[in-house]
Design a protein around this ligand. Structure first.
Ligand code: GLA
Length: 386
């Protein structure tokens, strides 16, 4: 069910005795193509979704933040001046954003807040980025005169992940959560921060997520290790080719030159990334000609790479990908960081009802639980609701 302002407001009133504040929202995201390319300074192609986080916030005249998670039914209180912050992970996201906004010179003051979300947790749709962006946007509005530009707000969320959560993520999730635009995907150059919107109107096709319900969580997963492997390969190539600062600059030929200087795993990881950077550009090109067959082909190639070279898939996701192939789905792949979560599927409209039915049946027959189907609707980025 779609989350509404009223769902959050009624809880805020209950927990904070009657008075109301301002309400902000930020979305989760999909990503058409460009996975694990962001921290390699490459391109990504995400879009904001309609699902997201909503938070009500009211200054309380103290130096304390008193926060209530409606979904977890948990409350946490922390001082803005505390160096360590709260221990509950959900509260650390809010704390991290406050501290990073303060570090940018925003005179954040204490507030009461309640929040809830309808992005499925652990589905690889970036519920955490939605949370970070909601508060970064809100604090900029409440205490920062909206002076901090949107890409910097995204970086506030990213630094929160790095410094307070322990996930060395790239910039994709936070950038699209802040900058998303209804009806458009966004191609982002993760090195320069330049972005361009591409209206998403794939006549005759639909994007459908199939959530395996295998919980994906990046903090504590091999995500950080993947990033280190990529950086190491870039460094080795850079010694021979000084123009290579990150894998985005490397070619397959360059990688082959250093094959003996890196581990087999590192070679596979880098092969995937170099291929993926090329695939994003091929997809952008194909979209100029409405060639969705090419888009789909690239998505399958990405899945193969994520599964066999980058090794961030799991049995359930590979099975979902197989079903998509059998059912004639145009494109299908793991979406997001991997290790669980969703596949994203580009499905010809006439196949949609049957695909939805068959994928649920076959998955349930094998794993004893139904996957969740989500129709993708591209929505707006961070905003004030009232
Ligand atoms: C997660 C991270 C992103 C990105 C993706 C993989 O969602 O937060 O920065 O690396 O994984 O593309």
């Amino acid at each position: 069910m779609k989350l509404t302002i009223e769902d959050v407001r009624s809880r805020f009133i209950k927990h904070f005795c009657g008075s109301t504040g301002s309400v902000y929202a930020s979305p989760g995201r999909i990503n058409l193509i460009g996975e694990h390319t962001d921290y390699n300074n490459g391109f990504v192609f995400p879009g904001a979704v309609e699902q997201g986080m909503i938070a009500e916030i009211k200054p309380n005249g103290t130096r304390f933040v008193d926060a209530y998670s409606i979904d977890l039914k948990d409350r946490a209180k922390f001082s803005l001046d505390d160096e360590k912050g709260p221990s509950a992970t959900w509260a650390r996201y809010i704390y991290g954003v406050c501290r990073e906004m303060m570090a940018l010179g925003v005179p954040v003051e204490g507030f009461n807040t309640a929040f809830a979300g309808d992005v499925p947790l652990g589905a690889g749709m970036s519920s955490s980025a939605a949370l970070e962006s909601t508060y970064a946007f809100a604090l900029n509005d409440l205490w920062g005169d909206n002076k901090i530009d949107k890409m910097e707000l995204a970086r506030v969320g990213q630094r929160t992940e790095h410094k307070y959560i322990g996930c060395n993520c790239g910039i994709m999730d936070q950038a699209i959560s802040v900058l998303g635009k209804k009806g458009s995907l966004m191609r982002l150059d993760c090195r320069s921060g330049e972005y361009e919107y591409f209206p998403w109107n794939p006549k005759g096709y639909q994007l459908i997520l199939v959530n395996s319900c295998v919980k994906h969580e990046l903090a504590g997963s091999p995500y950080n290790e993947r990033r280190l492997q990529c950086e190491h390969v870039a460094e080795i190539i850079g010694k021979k080719h000084p123009s290579v600062e990150s894998l985005r600059d490397a070619t397959m030929e360059m990688l082959d030159e250093v094959k003996d200087l890196i581990t087999e795993d590192e070679y596979k990881r880098a092969r995937y990334v170099i291929g993926e950077v090329e695939r994003v550009l091929a997809v952008c090109d194909a979209l100029q000609h409405d060639d969705y067959e090419i888009v789909g082909k690239m998505m399958y190639e990405t899945h193969y790479g994520l599964s066999k070279e980058y090794e961030v898939s799991c049995e359930e996701l590979d099975f979902l990908n197989e079903i998509a192939k059998e059912e004639g789905v145009t494109g299908s792949r793991i979406m997001g960081g991997g290790f669980g979560g969703c596949t994203i599927n580009l499905v010809a409209e006439e196949l949609v009802p049957n695909f939805k039915k068959v994928v649920v049946e076959k998955f349930a027959a094998k794993y004893g639980k139904k996957p969740i189907i989500i129709d993708v609707v591209i929505g707006d980025g961070a905003r004030k609701l009232c």
